[in-house]
Design a binder for this molecule. Structure first.
Ligand code: ZN
Length: 515
């Protein structure tokens, strides 16, 4: 089906007063949320520090208004009437899916009592500040009472949302609709069998690969210019987006025609800004590829965080850390940095950007060790919300599991249990989506390769448009229309499968580390 053709169904398939009224309310909810996204983007890019209190008030007001608008009884009534009016619709058609997604969001919004929503926002906004200080001082005891309160509220939230006995299911479902915890456990179990021995084997020969060529002074203006060149080649549409700098790179969409990414540079390390831009560029291409016709509906976004991460990881790792990609881009990079890279050969560069090293820090992790950081977090947060692990025992549990999975122990809690912002922000159930993205990035790319065996040659000549067109046609144009499992089945003809990912990792790193 042609890109955007599928989107037209929304406008033509359903008529009537109830439909028009529901779309109008959903559009207002979307406007309020996207306006909050603009304020949040500004907060992380250009806002002076003094703006923090005013911005927190403004964001809280917009979020409260969006929540009120979505959870008003009229929405429930409209959804009921429309359920009766639309029985003839194909349940997989965009209008039927829009109703299903709107129903899911309405139910979520009405299940959690407003007092709990407010308390969650208040406690996490306070906890964020304390977490940042506790992290800087590597002092878990300061953060501990806040985390205890956050876990208690997450438990309340999960129970309010409802679950079949496994509390974590309710939290995971917020980020990965339709995916049960038990399935993540099976997937992670299989990945562990494959990855842990590989990390152990590589750990025996870490000095086979050096990334010294990346660790030289790289002037920031040239780094910036090169990220623009790569994003341009990827197909990022500058009339419908822009790149800025922030402390932590992220992507946010105000509309399919206005998608923002951020990156950050290190003056003495090339890898940071370069791969942050490619990663966020992958997220942005997804958002720019969502049908314009679905703007101001809940379908105008990615299918889930895991599917979103599959797009960023596909560009960052499967493409951006591959030989074909650098056959084209390395000579261009050398021209920008003749002093640093003029005498470096492509193979040395390729190995440098794929160097593996167990490190305590997740965001610095390579492709092979990254998922081990996720297994650890997934297990610990499950145990916390199930009441099997006390917050007081968390740092030791963290360090023990880090030792078991990566063979290292954090020197202090600042680079251990305090390193990530997620729990402090109230995000429990989010971490598994990173690994889902890694696994899916390879499953999707292999499907693209099966259908277009010439892709590596295209990429080696700098033509990335064929890959983007495939992603647009098979994934992007469906936005949030399908639940992740259904989308994966439609794209690859199979369920989520860890085997292509494991084979890819074994082949790539077996060669680099001569295993
Ligand atoms: Zn990402």
């Amino acid at each position: 089906m042609e890109v955007e053709a599928v989107a037209q169904e929304l406008a033509t398939a359903v008529h009537g007063e109830n439909w028009t009224r529901l779309l109008a309310i959903l559009a207002e909810v979307d406007d309020l949320r996207r306006a909050a996204a603009v304020l949040s983007w500004d907060q992380q890019t250009y806002m002076p520090p003094g703006g923090a209190q005013a911005r927190a008030d403004q964001l809280a007001t917009l979020e409260r208004l969006a929540h009120q608008r979505l959870s008003q009884p009229e929405v429930g009534e409209l959804l009921e009437r429309l359920a009766e009016e639309t029985t003839a619709l194909d349940p997989e058609s965009p209008p039927a899916r829009l109703l299903a997604v709107a129903r899911r969001e309405y139910q979520r919004a009405t299940k959690v009592p407003p007092a709990l929503v407010e308390e969650l926002a208040r406690v996490s906004s306070l906890a964020l500040n304390v977490w940042a200080e506790a992290k800087a001082e590597a002092d878990f005891s300061r953060f501990r009472p806040h985390l205890e309160r956050l876990v208690a509220l997450q438990v309340e939230k999960a129970d309010a949302l409802g679950h079949g006995g496994q509390r974590y299911d309710a939290l995971l479902d917020l980020f990965e609709p339709g995916l049960p915890t038990a399935e993540v456990e099976r997937l992670f179990g299989r990945l562990k069998e494959g990855l842990i021995p590989l990390v152990q084997a590589i750990s025996q020969q870490l000095d086979r690969v050096s990334d010294a060529v990346l660790r030289q002074p790289y002037p920031e203006d040239q780094q910036w210019a090169f990220t623009l060149e790569v994003l341009e080649a990827m197909g990022f549409d500058w009339r419908r987006g822009r790149q800025d700098r922030s402390a932590h790179p992220f992507t946010t969409s105000f509309a399919p025609d206005d998608v923002r990414i951020t990156t950050r540079f290190q003056p003495n390390y090339l890898g940071s800004g370069l791969f942050a831009s490619i990663h966020e560029g992958g997220h942005a291409l997804y958002e720019q590829g969502v049908p314009r016709a679905w703007r101001r509906t809940p379908l105008a976004e990615g299918a889930s965080l895991g599917i979103h991460e599959s797009q960023s990881r596909l560009w960052e790792n499967v493409v951006g850390r591959s030989r074909p990609f650098w056959q084209h881009f390395f000579p261009r990079l050398q021209r920008r940095f003749p002093d640093q890279l003029g005498r470096v050969d492509l193979e040395t560069f390729y190995r440098a950007i794929n160097r593996v090293e167990p490190s305590p820090i997740r965001v610095e992790a390579d492709e092979v060790t990254y998922n081990l950081h996720i297994f650890l977090r997934f297990e610990l947060e499950q145990e916390l919300v199930a009441g099997r692990l006390a917050v007081a025992d968390l740092p030791e549990a963290w360090n023990e599991r880090m030792q078991a999975y990566l063979g290292i122990r954090p020197a202090h809690d600042g680079e251990g249990v305090l390193q990530d912002v997620h729990w402090a922000s109230g995000l429990f159930g989010y971490f598994p989506t990173y690994t889902l993205g890694n696994v899916l990035s390879v499953q999707f790319y292999q499907q693209a390769l099966e259908e277009h065996p010439g892709l590596p040659e295209e990429i080696a000549s700098g033509q990335l448009g064929g890959l983007l067109a495939w992603l647009r046609e098979r994934i992007h144009q469906y936005g949030a229309c399908y639940e992740p499992a259904e989308l994966v089945r439609r794209v690859t003809g199979r369920a989520l499968d860890p085997e292509p990912y494991l084979s890819y990792i074994r082949a790539k790193y077996g060669e680099i580390y001569d295993l």
